[in-house]
Design a protein around this ligand. Structure first.
Ligand code: MSP
Length: 664
């Protein structure tokens, strides 16, 4: 990968989905990385787009009396306009119906066919229409899809297969040799566990046209189309042929391929780390630098779903609280990679404290003081350029190097909230500096110290703006202007020294522009949200003036009576034997003595090995309806706690208790 260019992708979203917070999350993460890399002077290609082929689009179009293309053309603007509203700086937007994409896919499938990487076979399997994928007999659960729980149909037909299985060992080796290839590491371990415990099959990549016509026709068999995963994954490559900033560079070899990061949600990790990577291996193309699978958002503790009516509309959030506050919240609240919970309350808390108080007030107090005491001028204290005062030293020698130094790997490992932590250290240090030095007192009798203190705060705010810019671009340009400077992005990029004789970059303490700096007050950065007013408004909207009834009812919805609880039979059990379920990295089959021997299948295989479990006392739900997991019957469930990293901890009685003891 060329050092001076940066290529980042998001998944291409299903065109007939209504864009929600999940889509916005991945796209904003990619935007943050794209903006950061542009500020480093790199040439960036940031790609997003829509996935437009497949059964769902075909079906939805038919229901609306449109052609699939007309349908896709109408819906694509939902995504395009959302990205504009959220200030997304994508360089290109790919649609899988683009003629050039279709041509690239056909070229590639022909190449793989010519090289014997694709084979035609009779195929039978269990097909989940909503998920558009086949499952094996072993994988389905009581006639239902193991993923979405909906019924599957048995289908027999001829199809083309990509011979994925032969790349299994090479894939394992690549993941093992490149520890950061899949991040976070918990996800990498999951993929490795899966690959080591399962035999990889070949991948069905076509549908007969008689069953699905809305796909890309095979160049060597007009009866078949390829669609969704094979077609969709190739977008990352095909875009580098026709959508890149300098297509001529793409033609000259591999300036733009491979991508530095593919950002995805954890739901599509297998398709990316297994299907996509083996496809690239078969094509003999270089592999991407990293696949980062982030976690999922729930809303107020519940899974987001249309039926619950709790789907978060990112445009509405941005309108209500401001684009930058919304962007900030998503990456401050949760470690990128883990699951998180969205609530307006949590967003408002951060907006009022960290944004309005810590940052907004700092800027406005500073600008007011410079106006009042120094006639809007920033006076650079002599001597400060060679020897840093203690405040400057702390920021320049500790905080900033940790933040910017690639050795810390925060940026390359996408540790967004750690980065925000460092930035907030600068902001807090500046607030403390003002509190300690009391510039309003210095203004009376110590002009030179006042100059120094205000210059310190000016620098701290300037460094905050440039570091925070990828997360909150408009806010930071606004800070930059209030600090008396012209353009954050332009001046940062222009200031990057190419030789040691050049002026220092904006990241240095002694950087200054070659024009007079005039600090000027602008609008407040983040108007506070009045939570009292908001609560009253909400209660009014709920139709109860006191709001009390609603509150009780809301809590009441989640409460159970003692009789409800008594329905659950819990017993102490002792694990007699434990074995991994063949073909699964998560499931362990336990023989448990709860007064009688029962078999329990538990999804604890990434936190425990069978050896850890034998002889352990555990808590078991004994009156749970038996269910089959990967074809193995489970007669009960054990209790375990999950920590924020997803690591499980099995509950066990505090004292030695006989097996079969009842819990109440
Ligand atoms: N079209 C495929 C991707 C093909 S990529 C070659 C697809 N599309 S999708 O519209 O379903 O978008 C999936 C992506 O949306 C996830 O990978 C994730 O980026 C995002 N999210 C969807 N729901 C989400 C949450 N509840 N939380 C966080 N992100 C989730 O799959």
């Amino acid at each position: 990968m060329a050092e001076d260019r940066f290529y980042i992708t998001t998944p291409i979203y299903y065109v007939n989905d209504v864009p929600h917070i999940g889509h916005a999350y991945t796209t904003i993460a990619a935007d943050i990385l794209a903006r950061y890399n542009r500020l480093q002077g790199k040439t960036v290609f940031f790609l997003t787009g829509t996935d437009e082929h497949g059964q769902k689009v075909e079906k939805a179009a038919k229901e609306k009396g449109r052609t699939p293309q007309e349908h896709a053309d109408m819906l694509v603007d939902n995504f395009k306009s959302l990205w504009q509203k959220l200030n997304i700086s994508n360089d290109a937007f790919i649609r899988t119906t683009d003629t050039e994409h279709v041509k690239t896919v056909q070229g590639i499938i022909q190449l793989l066919w010519d090289n014997g990487e694709i084979e035609k076979r009779q195929y039978s399997g269990w097909y989940c229409t909503p998920d558009e994928r086949f499952w094996t007999e072993k994988e389905i659960i009581e006639g239902n899809c193991p993923d979405c729980g909906r019924p599957v149909d048995e289908i027999e037909e001829e199809n083309y297969f990509f011979l994925m299985s032969k790349y299994q060992l090479r894939l394992i080796r690549h993941i093992e040799d490149n520890p950061d290839f899949i991040l976070p590491h918990t996800r990498r371990n999951e993929v490795l566990g899966f690959l080591k415990n399962n035999e990889l099959g070949d991948l069905c990549i076509t549908r007969p046209k008689s069953r699905l016509s809305w796909g890309i026709q095979l160049p060597f068999d007009e009866e078949f189309v390829t669609y969704v995963w094979f077609d969709a994954l190739l977008n990352y490559f095909s875009a580098t042929r026709y959508l890149v900033p300098h297509p001529e560079q793409a033609k000259e070899g591999d300036f733009w391929w491979p991508a530095d990061h593919h950002l995805i949600g954890k739901d599509i990790l297998t398709t990316h780390s297994v299907y996509w990577i083996t496809m690239l291996m078969a094509l003999k193309f270089p592999l991407p630098g990293n696949i980062f699978a982030h976690g999922w958002w729930t809303v107020d503790g519940k899974k987001m779903s249309k039926s619950l009516g709790n789907v978060v509309d990112p445009a509405e959030m941005a309108e209500k609280f401001g684009i930058d506050a919304f962007r900030y919240f998503l990456f401050r609240e949760v470690t990128f990679g883990l699951d998180g919970d969205f609530s307006e309350r949590a967003l408002i808390r951060r907006l009022n404290t960290e944004l309005a108080n810590d940052l907004g007030n700092l800027l406005s107090r500073f600008v007011t003081m410079v106006g009042k005491y120094q006639d809007h001028q920033i006076k650079i204290p002599s001597g400060d350029r060679t020897e840093l005062n203690p405040f400057a030293r702390e920021i320049m020698c500790e905080t900033l190097p940790a933040l910017n130094d690639i050795q810390t790997e925060h940026w390359s490992k996408l540790r967004f909230n750690t980065i925000l932590d460092y930035i907030w250290n600068i902001i807090r240090a500046a607030n403390n500096h003002i509190a300690q030095k009391e510039p309003w007192k210095l203004a009376k009798d110590n002009q030179s110290e006042l100059n120094r203190v205000l210059f310190n705060v000016w620098n701290a705010l300037r460094l905050t703006a440039v570091s925070l810019y990828p997360f909150m671009p408009d806010t930071c340009e606004n800070i930059w202007k209030q600090l008396g400077l012209h353009s954050l992005v332009e001046e940062t990029i222009q200031s990057i020294p190419t030789t040691s004789e050049q002026i220092p970059s904006v990241y240095e303490w002694d950087w200054k522009p070659d024009y007079a700096i005039k600090v000027s007050k602008g609008d407040p950065l983040f108007p506070r949200v009045d939570t009292n007013k908001r609560d009253k408004k909400e209660k009014k909207a709920e139709g109860s003036p006191a709001g009390k009834d609603n509150k009780t009812k809301e809590a009441g919805d989640n409460l159970i009576t003692i009789h409800d609880f008594a329905k659950v039979q819990l017993k102490v059990g002792r694990v007699i034997d434990a074995q991994r379920v063949e073909g699964s990295s998560k499931l362990i089959r336990l023989q448990v003595d709860t007064g009688e021997i029962r078999q329990i299948v538990a999804g604890i295989g990434t936190s425990y090995s069978p050896d850890d479990l034998r002889g352990k006392s555990i808590i078991v739900v004994t009156n749970l309806k038996p269910a089959k997991l990967m074809g193995v019957e489970s007669q009960g469930m054990l209790l375990a706690a999950t920590d924020s990293e997803g690591v499980l901890s099995i509950l066990t009685p505090e004292k030695d208790v006989r097996q079969g003891a009842v819990i109440r």
